[in-house]
Design a protein around this ligand. Structure first.
Ligand code: GDP
Ligand code: IMO
Ligand code: MG
Length: 427
């Protein structure tokens, strides 16, 4: 058995952190396989709230080994401050493993991310400004710096030189910024080497050996399906593959090892940053979802754009990820509406379309076709089983399940670990 993937089925912020943390107690390894500290995962344990960016949410479960896989981009200063923040709160982080092949977010790539966005002006992506895109670009251009480079000063210097050769031309001539000195970057990066050394490992070997020994490995996606560089709403996406295939390349585990793929699905939809969003609301309903759902970014503090549930997107997520289950989150946020609109299809230039169009022009023109489902007023935050839910909430869940193409195996009714209804066990 069993390697499980847990990923976002929409545009991120679906509640992946909470879902991972919930399973963390029963799994041996939790692995981040892509993205970096653009992620913001909130986990509530008892009366304690944790905001994690780079570390896998499994770090909060004592028996679990957290792993940062080769597909992740690592900002060492963020990583070290996240670790010390947790240590100060009594969390043991000593089991953490970091792939030596993971790429490093260098200070110049944080600069490049910010100046590129400024240069794009109105056409900006609305990135988190954490250097994610430029770091993945360097990786693909084969001028990236990897964690293992910190342990060979000569190689590190050559690589930083190669990367800065071009970047400094760009920064000074195009963006009117000061050139960045190679020595300064090398010195900063070398300063992280000893602090990170205890964690650096051959994570591919560790994870594959663990699977051979029947250990349970959970892959935790950052971002979400519609932010995927290949399958998302390009160019308004992140620069990695949060979809299920990314778990294989980003951790070095073959697809035959993966037994379950769980899509985390919010009972409505949110998005941060620019890009199309058919069910987005600009009225008081959108405001209410934002307020009740606390829809403010964990990483950048930006208000999240809010809208109704979109079943077209959920079906798409089922397909491109091969989802076996959904974990429906934040159902409690919908309490109090008389009727809840659910987008069942799009109308595109007068045609009814049931599946996500591959054409960006069509998607930009997509207008939601809504079906109205009856709402409920009862407080559902104490519900422990499906039958505890009011009839209309049960019907809402069943309708979403039918439209989305995979069973809803758990339902979130509050932010806390225990505020979850488990329908089918994930393990
Ligand atoms: P992630 O990026 O997917 O991990 O999600 P975020 O942590 O960015 O955003 C999800 C937010 O919803 C967090 O504040 C969670 O504490 C909260 N949350 C998760 N599940 C539930 C739920 O079922 N109900 C409510 N009310 N809040 C939830
Ligand atoms: P979690 O893991 C929501 C969005 C940014 C921007 C786009 C590209 O918390 O779900 P980037 O900095 O990655 O180059 O920005 O992607 N984005 C997220 N939106 N949740 C996230 O992570 C996100 N990570 C990136 O807002 O639109
Ligand atoms: Mg988030």
């Amino acid at each position: 058995m069993p390697a499980l993937v847990l990923l976002g089925a929409q545009w991120g912020d679906e509640g992946k952190g909470k879902a991972t943390d919930l399973l963390g107690g029963s799994v041996d390894y939790v692995v981040r396989y892509q993205g970096g500290n653009n992620a913001g995962h909130t986990v509530v344990v008892g009366d304690q709230k944790y905001a994690l960016h780079l570390l896998p949410s499994g770090i909060l479960s004592p028996g679990c080994t957290p792993v940062i896989g080769n597909g992740v981009v690592v900002d060492p200063s963020v990583l070290l401050s996240e670790l010390s923040g947790l240590n100060e709160r009594g969390v043991d982080t000593s089991k953490l493993l970091i792939s030596g092949n993971a790429h490093i977010i260098t200070p110049y790539n944080v600069t490049v991310d910010k100046v590129t966005e400024r240069f794009l002006g109105k056409r900006k992506i609305g990135t988190t400004g954490r250097g994610i895109g430029p770091t993945y670009a360097d990786k693909i251009n084969r001028v990236g710096i990897r964690v293992q480079d910190l342990y060979d000063e000569s190689i590190l210097t050559q690589k930083v030189e190669a990367a800065l050769d071009v970047k400094n031309q760009m920064l000074t001539k195009l963006y009117n910024r000061r050139a960045i000195a190679v020595e300064q970057v090398v010195e900063e990066l070398l300063g992280y080497a000893d602090k990170l050394a205890p964690y650096v490992a051959d994570t591919v070997l560790v994870l594959n050996e663990a699977l051979e020994q029947d250990k349970v490995v959970l892959f935790e996606g950052g971002q979400g399906t519609l932010l995927d560089i290949d399958h998302g709403t390009y160019p308004f996406v992140t620069s990695s593959n949060p979809t299920a295939g990314g778990a294989c390349t980003g951790a070095g585990v073959g697809p035959t090892k993966i037994s379950r793929v769980i899509g985390i699905l919010k009972a409505y939809t949110t998005r941060v940053g620019a890009g199309p969003f058919p069910t987005e609301l600009f009225d008081e309903d959108g405001e209410a979802l934002r307020r009740i759902g606390g829809e403010r970014g964990v990483t950048t503090g930006r208000d999240r754009r809010c809208g109704w549930f979109d079943a077209v997107i959920a079906r798409y997520a089922t397909r491109v990820n091969g989802l076996t289950d959904f974990f429906l989150t934040k159902l409690d946020v919908l309490t109090g509406w008389e009727q809840i609109p659910v987008c069942v299809a799009y109308e595109i230039d007068g045609r009814r379309v049931e599946e996500l169009p591959y054409s960006q022009t069509d998607f930009h023109h997509a207008k939601p076709v809504y079906e109205m489902l009856p709402g409920w007023n009862e407080d559902i935050s104490k519900a422990k089983s499906f039958s505890d839910l009011p009839k209309n909430a049960q019907a809402y869940v069943k309708a979403l399940e039918e439209m989305s193409g995979a069973p809803i195996s758990a339902i979130g009714v509050g932010p806390g670990r225990t505020e979850t209804i488990e329908i089918n066990s994930f393990l």
